[in-house]
Write a protein that binds this ligand. Structure first.
Ligand SMILES: [Zn+2]
Ligand SMILES: [Zn+2]
Length: 409
């Protein structure tokens, strides 16, 4: 079996042993009777959906017995969770946010991601281009890896999201659940009953608020005639826009400011009197910067600035009322890491590459096709290319789950 990249039987066996010992840590979601579950097996490509369990024990037994590669449950509550979609009878749903390093532009992607054109075989680093520069086709096989920088970036987005949920939308820490996804990001669940019935449009509005979409500067304190002035300390997007502009102007170089759609007068003012503008933002009402910028230019400046203040959530996940989402304290079949509940107070110092490592024990000999440098706990492994090596079991399972290696001997 020289082509058995991924050594599925070996990995599945590891997963089974893990669940035999650790399934007692798998917690049923609230109102388990109302939830749909979905299992994705190692062998199959389709999800087994519409599963339902009466209690936590039954769920745990099914996990041990089936040893799925991925385990999901519905953010929704149904009258009949095991029925077909149209007969389920939707009763409500948690509000769920997905943050994935895939959606965040981190420079490290150039170091660890690569793509190959499915038509002509051209290869490259980082993200795949829109179209292949050699053959003009647009179908690629992409290989996305993770590293500390990706995971830190995802955590930062989660922290901004949590801040907005608590400071602006009035949820309490008790309403929130934060989970490392087991791969490249975090899930934030809002379980407060008051949002259960929220429809898609309501969820869309929350998404727009969190991403700062459709924000008009004149309604956020940058107008002397509408709702007065604001300062950087103001709550909500009023203060956030002012802080965003301040941070942006402090850090941006001349070239990126010139890239904004500003009037020539506004551009001249910003370049020549930047420190004055920053002083106004620091010490005065932010509307006073209209002395330097017309409203249209300010709108362009704010739109460029707020990206750092908004949270890079996956908008599709939040607005999907029937989403299946990964069950915490289960294994992620593409990494072998645990999807893991993280205490809100621990998030700042949380290190998934130490805490979410599920497999400990013997080292294993593997043949590695290709892998960038990666870390498991305190150990940095790789990079590897077409070579045999002996890895700690968590590192081996990680590469096997990614089909980048196979067990030898
Ligand atoms: Zn090509
Ligand atoms: Zn990275």
């Amino acid at each position: 079996m020289s082509e058995d990249w991924g050594s599925i039987r070996f990995v599945k066996n590891q997963f089974r042993r893990f669940y035999e010992a650790k399934s007692k840590f798998v917690k049923a979601p609230t109102e388990i009777l109302r939830r749909e579950f979905g299992f994705l097996s190692f062998e199959g490509k389709t999800m087994i959906r519409h599963l339902s369990f009466n209690n936590e024990d039954q769920l745990r037994s099914a996990i041990v017995e089936n040893t799925p590669a991925h385990i999901y449950y519905s953010s929704a509550y149904y009258k009949n969770p095991e029925a077909e979609m149209d007969k389920k009878c939707w009763l409500g749903a948690d509000l769920v946010f997905d943050i994935d390093a895939d959606h965040i532009d981190t420079a490290c992607k150039e170091d660890h991601d690569n793509w190959i054109c499915k038509s002509c075989g051209l290869e490259g680093r980082g993200r795949a281009p829109q179209t292949c520069s050699r053959c003009g086709k647009n179908s690629f096989e992409e290989e996305a890896w993770l590293c500390d920088r990706c995971l830190e970036a995802a955590k930062f987005e989660a922290q901004k999201l949590i801040d907005i949920l608590i400071q602006d939308l009035g949820f309490t820490p008790l309403d929130l659940e934060v989970n490392f996804t087991g791969n490249r990001g975090y899930h934030v669940h809002v379980k407060a009953p008051m949002i259960h019935k929220l429809d898609q449009i309501g969820r869309r509005e929350i998404v727009d608020y969190i991403t700062g979409t459709g924000l008009k500067v004149e309604f956020h304190g940058f107008s002397r005639t509408r709702g007065g002035a604001s300062t950087m300390a103001d709550p909500g997007w009023r203060g956030r826009t002012a802080r965003a502009v301040y941070d942006y102007l402090s850090e941006a170089d001349e070239a990126s400011i010139q890239g904004l759609k500003l009037s020539s007068q506004a551009l001249k003012n910003i370049l020549e009197e930047k420190s004055e503008i920053l002083k106004v933002l620091r010490e005065d009402h932010s509307s006073r910067i209209l002395k330097y910028l017309d409203l249209k230019s300010l709108q362009a400046l704010v739109e460029a600035s707020i990206k750092k203040q908004a949270s890079a959530i996956d908008t599709v996940v939040t607005t999907d009322l029937h989403r299946l989402i990964r069950l915490p304290n289960t294994l992620h079949g593409k990494t072998g890491f645990m999807a893991q509940r993280v205490n809100l107070d621990d998030l700042e110092d949380y290190d998934p590459l130490t805490r979410a490592i599920a497999f400990k024990g013997d080292r294993i000999r593997v043949m590695v096709k290709r892998a960038p440098k990666f870390r498991i706990g305190n150990e940095v492994l790789g990079p590897f290319k077409d070579e045999q090596t002996i890895l700690p079991v968590a590192g081996a399972v990680f590469l096997l789950c990614r089909r980048a290696a196979r067990v030898e001997g």
